[in-house]
Design a protein around this ligand. Structure first.
Ligand SMILES: NC(=O)C1=CN([C@@H]2O[C@H](COP(=O)(O)OP(=O)(O)OC[C@H]3O[C@@H](n4cnc5c(N)ncnc54)[C@H](OP(=O)(O)O)[C@@H]3O)[C@@H](O)[C@H]2O)C=CC1
Ligand SMILES: O=C(O)[C@@H]1CCC=N1
Length: 281
């Protein structure tokens, strides 16, 4: 089979995976991508130099892209996954691995739209994959062989940390590492706002917050880094940081983050149920 990868629905997440693979040396000529709008197609083709097709019922772009590909990565919104799977089902090579990055779409929901026996791998990636600093969790579908799973793990190894999990852990993984970059950006935003409220110029406050979160990230990236130990190294006894952390603890910030993650899992379960009820067409 070819080494061709088809990215179907190449927005924030699939774009980050594609960008990460290209940066890791995957050849442009072995990638075909699809999007919905023509403007997105031109932007993406210009940015990455790959073949990008806009969605068009007449030209059947998803099927065209998937035809002959050995790996097909579906990256549309959860509600659109079944329709894309149905579009490509007639053209998939029997050994092609269908990888889904969609939150909340179960392996069963995807497999039932594909030819019997089609190998499927459900993943939960995150956007730092573009920089090779991502996390990709994957769960194998009913017909994915160990060899296929190992191949995808090796390929996605260029995107960052790859972990295999059971499907019932994917929603929790999503609430930590899938959504997690947004939590870190939210923290940077909040720190910048705090700086402004203390009288710093907005531009300076943002610069300080951004560089601090980046610097802390680099420290976490060192081998064996422990966030609690790193935090303690900043927190002088009877010093200033201790007072800030005391307020965070008193206001229950860890519990608030846990509640947020739980709400993400609940939403994932709710979407899965909604998709389960959607009539097949
Ligand atoms: N964003 C993230 O951090 C993460 C997202 N995910 C999952 O990734 C998936 C996509 O999310 P995200 O990337 O954020 O969303 P985006 O809206 O950024 O990307 C969706 C892409 O799908 C394209 N598209 C829509 N309909 C079709 C179609 N029929 N055929 C081909 N392409 C189509 C859109 O085209 P156009 O650009 O023209 O509108 C767009 O490029 C979701 O299922 C989400 O759960 C998983 C983990 C993390
Ligand atoms: O917000 C979402 O639904 C997706 C899944 C994880 C990150 N983004």
């Amino acid at each position: 089979m070819s080494n061709q990868i088809a990215f179907l629905g190449t927005g924030s997440m699939n774009g980050a995976i594609m960008g990460g693979l290209l940066a890791a040396g995957f050849p442009k000529t072995d990638i075909v991508a699809t999007v919905r709008r023509r403007e997105s197609a031109s932007e993406l083709a210009e940015r990455y130099g790959v073949t990008v097709m806009a969605w068009d019922e007449e030209s059947d772009s998803n099927a065209q892209a998937a035809r002959g590909a050995s790996i097909v990565v579906i990256g549309v919104k959860p509600v659109g996954v079944a329709a894309v799977a149905r579009e490509i089902a007639p053209v998939l090579s029997p050994g092609a691995v269908v990888v889904s990055v969609a939150a909340a779409v179960s392996i069963e929901q995807l497999e039932r739209e594909l030819p019997e026996g089609q190998p499927v791998i459900r993943t939960m990636p995150n956007t730092p994959s573009r920089l090779g600093k991502g996390v990709v969790a994957l769960a194998r579908g009913t017909h994915a062989t160990t060899e296929q799973v190992e191949h995808i793990k090796k390929l996605f190894g260029g995107l960052g940390l790859v972990v295999e999990v059971s499907e019932d852990q994917i929603a929790a993984v999503s609430a930590v590492s899938g959504s997690g970059p947004a939590y870190a950006f939210y923290l940077a935003e909040a720190m910048a706002k705090a700086g402004e409220s203390l009288g710093l110029e907005p531009r300076l406050a943002l610069q300080l917050a951004r560089e601090t979160v980046v610097g802390a990230g680099y420290m976490l990236d060192e081998p064996g880094a422990d966030p609690a130990a790193l935090r303690r190294a900043v927190t002088s006894p009877k010093g200033t940081t201790e007072q800030a952390i005391r307020v965070f603890d008193e206001r229950g910030l860890p519990g608030i983050i846990a509640d947020g993650a739980r709400a993400a899992v609940e939403r994932s379960d709710e979407i899965t149920r909604e998709l389960g009820r959607a009539p097949r067409v």
